[in-house]
Design a protein around this ligand. Structure first.
Ligand code: ADP
Ligand code: MG
Length: 605
């Protein structure tokens, strides 16, 4: 029998390795930017087209490569950073496996231009799959540029596996932020399809954090600084009142390398105990410095997970360090983020303490703002009546609630009122009490409103023609300041947000809101926060768009305790009964409680 074992051809081996190191465009950005950092660059520019599918171009002003190095750098296990296995334990640089460039060159068209300070001319090398062109002299600034085109051109499975541009760009921004946060002395620029997303000038660590997240964050940061023999920690945590409902502003670095470590994450979050509701995620950007001998970074090809010898002592430092930082800044220990939603759900228990209502101040209130930009409730109601359900629809609904024809001792209906003369009564600032046939109904007004808003938003989403979605054009467009990454994410959603009535445009420092949904009292900031919270991904098979519709319905609905007039109650009920699922709010909670006539009579027996 013939021999069976053959060495894999180099290019096949490289493609296999590439699969491990380069899963998506963001991985290319990470590897090339880290190489530029290792090359001592003080300015690194990242330019991408179509979320990196078409082009990833990284330009640095580092020490460049000689012609011989430029030729070698694409070979597997070619690295200038590790000379012996011993070196592996003292890694100060980012890369050390010497496989990033080989991997990238195996699955894309790569062009390298580089020049060292001492060389007069630069070198240019093109690599396409297995073919590496001979170096040619070229003019080039000192430093290195890699242009990576047509990523995964020869790996269709990978290419097809890529998510939408928005998702891939989000990954690129994540990687970019991680490196940028760790190297505040380096000038970083990120350009996406010719639009500048970040331009981060060298500065202090605080300035870098603010540059990445946005100017508003300056006042939100609490500095942390603490050290023991084993480990030093410094950086920032966010004041608890600015915690968000999504993770994402949480960065932990070990020796300036971004890592994920669930036990350390817990230690940090635990320090916020009593300051945060469990659903809120505090911001942190913390830098741990540990003797490299005590860290094992060679654990995963993408090197995000790390092992420590001193896990416990690091945890033991982190929690008190963060706690003390928060204490020094006298962060009040009584914040409750769920206040609003708990108002929604909480039934008053017998003997429960009654809490006085809180005064809410609207900082955006502007008495000079023309009325047109914020339609009055009654104007909104007037517009509802146009799409009021027909009599038939309401009858059909009543049919469902009809009391089965059990003989009722008293043959007369309990309440005679029907239709226009229907008895309506507002109870405890929350419930509409009414009757249909011989049943008595209690309807949670706010939940009913949420159901109504939700269904009309979803209907708008499903309509094909975005331009007909109703919107209130703001006479004075409102600037909502946002971290650049959030602004980008939002603008990518601009198309379907328009269908929901929110019109946004790019603006310096955030986005400009030019149109708002016609109905409701939320501020532009409220709606935008909701969109960002319902970030990418699917939950329970519900699309992001629908989750945003539900979140908006909640924010646009009547404030808790808002008194409703008779006409408003009537209109709300008409709209509710025209819904496809009137009995539940968008979050599945009951909207209507029915007391059947027979049941009521029984209690009087
Ligand atoms: P590693 O970073 O693990 O050494 P890479 O494949 O990423 O492996 O890079 C191989 C080598 O190419 C590096 O060790 C370095 O010598 C050289 N190199 C890569 N990028 C740059 C750059 N931007 N500037 C200078 N040298 C670089
Ligand atoms: Mg590298």
């Amino acid at each position: 029998m013939a021999d069976r074992i053959a060495r894999l051809p180099e290019h096949v081996a490289n493609q296999i390795a590439a699969g491990e190191v380069i899963q998506r465009p963001a991985a290319v950005v990470k590897e090339l930017v880290e190489n530029a950092v290792d090359a001592g660059a003080t300015r690194i520019e990242v330019r991408v087209k179509d979320a990196g599918r078409t082009l990833i171009h990284i330009i640095d002003n580092g020490f460049g490569m000689s012609e011989a190095d430029a030729q070698l750098c694409f070979e597997r296990h070619a690295t200038s950073k590790v000379r012996s296995a011993d070196d592996l334990f003292q890694i100060a640089t980012k890369g050390f496996r010497g496989e990033a460039l080989a991997s990238i060159a195996a699955i894309a068209h790569v062009e390298l231009k580089t020049r060292r300070e001492e060389d007069e001319m630069g070198v240019r090398i093109g690599v396409e799959g297995t073919q590496q062109a001979p170096p040619e002299p070229c003019t080039a600034a000192v430093g290195t540029q890699f242009a990576v085109r047509n990523l995964f051109f020869n790996v269709p499975a990978r290419r097809n596996f890529l998510k939408s541009d928005a998702v891939e760009m989000r990954h690129i921004v994540d990687e970019f932020q991680r490196v940028a946060l760790a190297h505040e002395a380096i000038h970083f620029v990120l350009v996406n399809n010719d639009t500048e997303v970040f331009n981060l000038k060298p500065g202090s660590r605080r300035q870098r954090v603010v540059g990445v997240f946005g100017a508003k964050y300056d006042e939100r940061l609490v500095p942390i600084e603490e050290s023991t023999d084993v480990v030093a920690v410094e950086g920032f945590v966010g004041k608890p009142e600015f915690a968000r409902r999504t993770r994402g502003e949480q960065f932990l670095f070990v020796n300036n390398r971004f890592i994920k470590h669930s036990a350390l994450h817990r230690a940090i979050v635990d320090a916020f105990e009593g300051l945060l509701s469990p659903s809120a995620h505090p911001l942190y950007v913390l830098f741990l410095t540990i003797d490299p001998h005590r860290v094992d970074v060679n654990i995963h090809p993408t090197k995000v997970e790390v092992k420590f010898e001193e896990d416990r002592s690091i945890q033991a430092l982190l929690r008190p360090a963060v706690r003390r930082g928060l204490g020094r800044f006298q962060v009040a220990p009584t914040l409750d983020f769920d206040q609003e939603s708990s108002l929604n759900i909480a039934e008053l228990q017998p003997g429960a303490e009654i809490v006085p209502p809180q005064v809410r101040i609207n900082p955006d209130y502007n008495p000079f703002k023309p009325v047109e930009s914020a339609p009055s409730r009654s104007a909104a109601i007037a517009s509802w009546t146009e799409r009021r359900p027909t009599r038939g629809q309401v009858d059909a609904w009543e049919e469902q609630y009809r009391v089965p024809a059990t003989p009722v001792p008293e043959s007369k209906p309990i309440v005679e009122d029907r239709d226009e003369a229907r008895a309506l009564f507002f109870f405890r600032g929350r419930f509409i009490v009414t009757s249909i046939r011989s049943a008595l109904l209690l309807i949670d007004a706010r939940r009913a409103h949420q159901r109504v808003l939700y269904e009309s938003l979803v209907e708008q989403l499903e309509s094909v023609a975005a331009q007909v979605a109703p919107t209130q054009t703001l006479l004075f467009p409102e600037l909502v300041t946002l971290p650049p990454a959030d602004a980008m994410q939002l603008l990518e959603a601009a198309g379907w947000l328009r269908k929901l009535g929110l019109h946004i445009e790019p603006a310096e420092g955030g986005v400009q809101v030019t149109g708002m949904p016609v109905e409701g009292e939320a501020s532009p900031r409220d709606l935008i926060d909701a969109v960002l919270q319902e970030a990418a991904g699917e939950a329970d098979g519900i699309s992001r768009e629908e989750r945003v519709a539900a979140a908006w319905a909640k924010r646009l609905s009547h404030r808790p305790g808002k008194a409703l007039g008779r006409e408003e109650m009537g209109d709300l009920l008409d709209r509710l009964f025209a819904c496809s699922t009137p009995s539940r709010d968008p979050f599945g909670r009951p909207v209507i409680v029915t007391f059947e006539g027979a049941e009521i009579l029984e209690r009087f027996a």
